[in-house]
Design a protein around this ligand. Structure first.
Ligand SMILES: Cc1cc2nc3c(=O)[nH]c(=O)nc-3n(C[C@H](O)[C@H](O)[C@H](O)COP(=O)(O)OP(=O)(O)OC[C@H]3O[C@@H](n4cnc5c(N)ncnc54)[C@H](O)[C@@H]3O)c2cc1C
Length: 291
């Protein structure tokens, strides 16, 4: 199917993006790589009258490391650019691995993390690991900028906290802490083109002396309307020296608190069963990463 008619708006700065969004409001959509947006337009899921291209906005594609703040990923940085970033590979290997699991080479070359977040699909692969790592996003609008914890950004399938005149500018991933580790597991049906049927990310931090898990985040993808923290499962592990039994229990508790649905990718029952496995693997993967 061909694209519906729309007017393409070229912009050069975040100020111009916000101005255009303020003017056209819900009639406009911003476009990053277009790998979600153009598909939805072709399928007539959305038919914006105006498409505001972010490509010409300077500085939005940067991936830089700041000793204090951590990894700063511009909203227009593609998955490939983060995967190829030396500092991301060295300091944030679990994020790089998660991005390597997205779609095909072409999709990773075109698609951005900003687009993956703003599209707000429950199966978005960047979301669980970024939430587990404690990422924040910087959002710009007509009234200035605000920072929001990524965990609080998702409101439902294709719904975020971004207002009609707001644009995501940057994702900030805090520095990894000593004795911490993280990992993302993705279950997909056949090939890497498939979206996640279940995703599970884990970040945890251990006490160097006692071996007690001081803090943990377990985040599930594709099993609820939004990427969700499995907080009851976290409580199974937090404050304890981890054992095989506790890891198994955490998987079972996470399955209990997940809210999967049946769709073409997997049934509700299968998803729930697989949450147990994915969570176990995510915890073990994170433990294995502790330096
Ligand atoms: C064949 C194929 C395979 C795929 N496989 C996967 C997969 O395995 N895992 C996965 O997670 N995804 C997958 N996707 C989905 C898609 O590629 C990703 O979600 C991608 O990261 C979207 O980024 P984009 O830059 O193309 O976003 P776009 O399509 O440009 O935008 C997506 C949405 O976000 C909004 N948006 C984009 N940037 C901003 C911004 N800075 N501020 C505010 N709003 C913004 C747009 O208005 C639009 O609503 C796949 C897609 C295809 C076509």
């Amino acid at each position: 199917m061909s694209l519906p008619k729309f007017e393409y708006i070229k912009v050069k700065s975040i100020g111009e993006v916000c101005e255009a969004l303020g003017k056209y409001k819900r009639k406009a959509k911003v476009m990053a790589g277009g790998t979600d947006l153009l598909v939805q337009m072709k399928d007539r899921v959305i038919t914006p009258e105006y498409v505001i291209g972010l490509r010409g906005v300077e500085g939005l594609g940067r991936v830089v490391y700041d000793r204090k703040e951590g990894l700063k990923i511009g909203a227009m940085a593609t998955h490939r650019e983060v995967i190829n970033s030396g500092v991301a590979r060295r300091r944030y290997p679990s994020l790089v691995e998660a991005l390597e699991k997205i779609g095909t080479g072409q999709v990773r070359n075109m698609g951005t993390i900003g687009g993956n977040i703003c599209n707000a699909a429950p199966s978005a692969d960047s979301a669980p690991i970024l939430i587990a790592l404690g990422a924040e996003v910087r959002i710009a609008g007509a009234n200035g900028e605000r920072e929001v914890l990524l965990e609080k950004v998702f409101r439902g399938p294709r719904k975020t906290v971004l207002g009609a005149d707001e644009v995501l500018v940057e994702i900030v991933v805090p520095n990894e802490r000593v004795h911490s580790g993280s990992h993302y597991e993705k279950l997909f049906a056949r090939t890497s083109v498939d979206l996640a049927a279940v995703g599970a990310a884990c970040w945890l931090i251990k006490d160097g002396k006692s071996g007690v898990i001081k803090d943990i985040k377990i985040v599930l993808g594709a099993v609820a309307p939004v990427p969700m923290r499995a907080k009851k499962a976290e409580r199974v592990i937090k404050g304890k020296v981890v054992t095989e039994g506790l890891i198994k229990e955490a998987g079972e508790v996470a399955a209990g608190e997940s809210k999967p649905i049946s769709d073409i990718r997997a049934s509700e029952e299968y998803r729930r069963e697989m949450v147990k496995v994915m969570v176990r693997r995510a915890i073990k993967g994170a433990l294995g990463r502790i330096a």
